[in-house]
Every structure is written in structure tokens, then in C-alpha cells.
Design a binder for this molecule. Sequence first.
Ligand code: GDP
Length: 681
Amino acid sequence: MLNLTRQMIEIRSLLQEIDRSADTLKLPSIVVIGSQSSGKSSVLESIVGHEFLPKGSNMVTRRPIELTLVNTPNTAAETADFPALKMYNLTNFEQVQKILFDLNMAVPEIDAISNDPIQLTIRSPTIPDLSLVDLPGYIQVEAADQPPILKSKIRELCDKYLESPNIILAISAADVDLANSAALRASKIADPKGERTIGVITKLDLVDPKIARNILLNKKYPLKMGYVGVITKSPSKSLFKVKRGHDAFIAQQNFEYSYFKTNKSDFNQCNVSTKILKKKLIKVLEKTMSMSLTPTANLVQQELDETSYKFKVEFNDRHLTPKTYLAENVDALKLSIKEFNENFGRLELKSILRNELDQRVLDLLASRYWNKFSESPKDTKILIENLNDLNSLKIEDSFWAKKLELTTSSLTKLGVGRLSTSLITNAILSEVENIVDTTQLKNHPLLKEVVKEAAQNVLNTRYLSTADQVENCIKPYKYEVDVEDREWNVSRDHSIHLIKEELQQVNQSLQAMKNSIGGRKLNQVMQYLEDSGKITTEETLGFSSTLLSRGREALFLRDRITILNLRLKALKSNSCKVKDNKFKCPEVFLNVVNEKLTTTAVLFLNVELLTDFFYKFPRELDLKLNSNLTIEQIEKFAKEDPKIKRHIELQQRKELLELVLNKIDGILAFQRNKNITNNGN
Ligand code: GDP
């Protein structure tokens, strides 16, 4: 059978989800009011069958608790959810009590109450399908020492909940004169004809059954839906031990049952017991909700029209979910990666690697050939003095051959495999980061990190094998490098170009120094340093130690310029035009080696690293971004863009409204059918 109340309660929750603050879209609920100690908590707890409301002498409910009870006949588990906190399936009701306590206490005492309701859903096989609101603050209105502004705030909140078509459950204790019942007083204002109020009289065990009977058949404060009498606590002076949890409720039920059985005649024609109360609540709620369905459906339809219109005007009916938004971004990213792939091939690899190796060669030349102060001063001096005319060098070839062999070996053995693999890996990673910064993903650190990790993962799996492959392939050059005339010529041009560049840089550095210190002053320091030979003592002649060290730097640069000029001249001279003179033209020879190393390395880097990366990276992105992220993460990401947030929320609202309307229409159709069948019979 179709469980109408359940369905309507579900619709009610959906409406709440659509508009937490709006008063317009809602189905009625049962609002529970009662002054302190009237037994309000006991009634609610005996309906639920669990102690879950916060207690304490100075405990005041500061927020409305919107309690949704869902009957789950086929499960044994009793669970609680706080949907707004995204906490689900709590089984420990002491924890529920603690959370409710904390949520209430989070409202500052100075505000007294908050309009923001706490939503709590409890599922159990032993509870009825019901929707109840535990209203706070009712007692505070009664408490005289509240500032007027707070009083009106509390009253406003209560009035909102007590409005039609909500049902009012007015709780009064039997041992207090009904004339003094705060709950009845309030319900009379909101529901003067007594059409929507159910009176609950608690603590019937505390008064004489005859008096109790009179209260229940109340003529003085008549209510159309009447009164129900309950006993929601077994008396404390009972012989039973004080029980907690489920046992306490069984004890209460037993006590209530036997009490009303014993005094059966007195309660003739009266509605008594928690069981009757529950039944009444289910019936009344179902009826009231049913009556609200058509007006609510009309309102939902209006709201849907409005929302659909906005959605069309603002977003052209374009369907967008956090997931599709993310997918669009991932696609954009993949497209950029594809472009990167097309523009990043062997030529780019080569230029990155070549630049690095050229720099290494310049360093090697500087330390082994051009450094005036290192190595054997005598040899260097000879070399420097004869740099422009190598043929006149008088030292045997074997000296220069050895020197070149050592330098070449330093180059080929510097670990080209790892060096080149790292270089390219880093270049790819930094380009991926650049690309990410051109997409929407740039504003989302978490996703940026995910993309970076994905790239790193893919590259890491190939790093070692690529480095090994490259190293293996350049191995022959560690033993021998053959040079052809054509290679020699190309490298010679390249060397000249490199030396010119280096020269330009060193010149610029020296000029910068002159500009900052002053040309004359710098000359004086340099002159002084040269005159005093190798003295490196403290401040002398008024030059500060900083100035002296700058002077030394300038001297170094000046010497480097001299050497570079000499080498440039040598490279351009006829003696370096032929490869036979390679021992005396190390720049050219090392450049040939560089070219060979680069070409070989690039071949393997391209196949092993690059092709592999561009094949696997888009797949890794799909895995990491589309499959591995949680729905919450994706939604959070999408909503970081305010326009997207609005788009998604408007669409979600539209979809929810459609869903609600469908569900209401379903119930209304069911009811129409039932009426036709009933009338037919
Ligand atoms: P609230 O302040 O309105 O929520 O009231 P409580 O549910 O906390 O109850 C106030 C006091 O009345 C507690 O000490 C309960 O044990 C007691 N009480 C509640 N219902 C009954 C009842 O039916 N019979 C008796 N004897 N005591 C009750």
C-alpha cells in the first residue's frame, strides 16, 4: 500500500531543501509547545522511544528542532541523521543528544534564540511516520525578565510556527491548573476556534483519576480534536530501579498500560495512552497534509514557472551540473595539453638540452682552459699568450690531446641520462602548471595539485628507464668521438656564436659594476689590487673590504674578456678551420660532442618520455579528476565561481521543484482514483 504520510513527509523535506527560509513552500507539521516541566520532552521521547533531547536545569532550547520520524519496518537499526551537518546513520543516541546540546549552545545567550531550525531525522522500525517541531523559547516569553526586543523576537518565531495549517500539540501537566497552562494560552491566540490544536495532558498518574477524567473531557477549553492523557514517566518512587535507554521506555509503557487498565472505568470515553496519542497524530497529520497538497502544488507550480523563466533568461536552459562543469574544464585542459603536444617535439627538446650542455661546456672550458689562476700556471700562460696563434705553440701535441681527452670525458660522463631526463621532466611539469593557470582550474588549489600530481605520476613511471636508456645510448661517445668536416664547420660557427654571447654577458656585468661604483673609482681599486700583487688584506688606502672584493671581481671579468676575445680570434683564424687542430680548438670539438649527445638523447627522450607522457597524461587526468573526486569536492569546486554557483543552484532548484510537483501530482492522482473507486462501490 502507498504510504501517504511517508510520501508527504518526504515532500515536506524536499520543500525544506528548496527553501530553508521561505515560509511559502511547505507542508504542515505538528508543532509541540509546553512550558518547562510540563513533560514536553518526555512526550517527544516516548514517541521516539529514545532519550535524545538535551537536559539540564539551565538548558534552554534555543533553536527549533524539526524532527522527521521515518518508520523503517524492514530494518532493525535505529538511526539518526543531521542532514545539514552531513552526518548520517548515527546509532548512538547519547551522541545525538550531545550534538543537539552543542547546536543549541552555539547560539549566544544574548540572542536567546535563533530562527535557524535544527533538522533531525530519526529512522526506526518502532516509530510512526511523523513530522514534529520542538519549539524553543516558549517558556522564555513567560519569563518576565526578558528584554522586550527579545520577547518579540521569540514571539515572532513561535507565531510563525503556530500559524495555520500547522497542528499545535499543546502540552500541559495534569497537576497544574489548565487555566495556568502556557501552551493552551498560546494555542488559543494562534488557533482561537480550537480547530488545529490537540491537547496533551501529562502526568495523569499524579492526580486522582476522577480529576484527570474531568480534565480530559474538558468543557472549559474545548478543542475540536480533543485531549489525550498520557503518563510518560514511570514514577520515581517505583520499586523498579531507575532505568535508562530502551528499558526505561518499556517500563514506562508497562506502567502507563497497567495504570489505565486499573482505572479503566474512570477513563471511560477518554483518550488515554501514548499509543492513542501516536495514532491520533498520524491520522491528523495525514489529513492536514492531504488538505494542503493542492494549495502547495499550486505554489510549487508558480515557483517552478518563475524559476524556469529565470533559468531560460539567464542560462538559456543550458544543463550544467558540478560534474559536467568539471568535465568541461578537464576537456579544456586536455585540449591545451594536446596543443602543447603539437608544439613540443624534438626541436624543443633539443633546444632545452642543448642550452644546458652548452653551458656545461663553457664551464668546463673556463675551468680547464681559460682560468688564469688555476691548474699549472705555466701551461695556461703559454696557452693564453698564444691563444690567437695556436700553430706557434711549442708544447707537444700529447699534452693538448690529454687535456682534451680529460675534458671530453668530463662532459660525456656527467650523467647525461639523468640530466636530460630531469630537464625535460621539469620542463613538462612547469608547462603543465602554466597551462593549468590558463584554465578555470587555476582558482582551485586542490585540483591544481591533483593535476600536478597526475603529471608527476606519469613522468615518474618512466623516469629511471628513460635515464638509463639515454645513458646507454650515449655510451659509445665516452670512448671515441669521430668528427666529420661538416660537423666541425657547424660546430665552429656555433662556438663562435656562443663565445660572442658569453663575451657580451661578461661585458654587461663589468659595465654594470662600473655604473654602480663609478668608472674611476673602480679603476683605482683594480690598479691598486694589481700593484699590490696577491695581497688580500683588510681595508687599505681607504678602500673598504666590499670595494676590494668588487675590484677583484672586476679584474676577473676584465681577464675573462681578454681571454674570450683571444679565443674568438683563434676560432675565427685559419688554424681552427680544420678538424686536425682539434686539440687546440677545444671549443669546437666539445661542441661537436655536445651535438652528438643532444641528438642521441633527444631521440630516446622523445620516444620514451614524451610520447608516453602525452598518451598517458589525459587518461590519468580522467582517472584523477573525473573518477577519484567525491561529489562534495566536485560541487565545492564548481561553486567557487559565483556565476557557475548560481547556474547550478538555479538548475537544482528547478529540478527539485519538478520532482516535488511530480510527487504531489502522483499522490493527488492516487487520491482521485481512490475516491472514484470508493464512490463506485
Ligand atoms: P519539559 O521540561 O517540559 O521537557 O518536561 P520533562 O519531560 O523534562 O519532565 C519534567 C519532569 O516531569 C521530569 O522530572 C519528568 O520525569 C516528570 N514527568 C514527565 N512526565 C511525567 C509523567 O507522566 N508522570 C510523572 N510522574 N512524571 C512525569
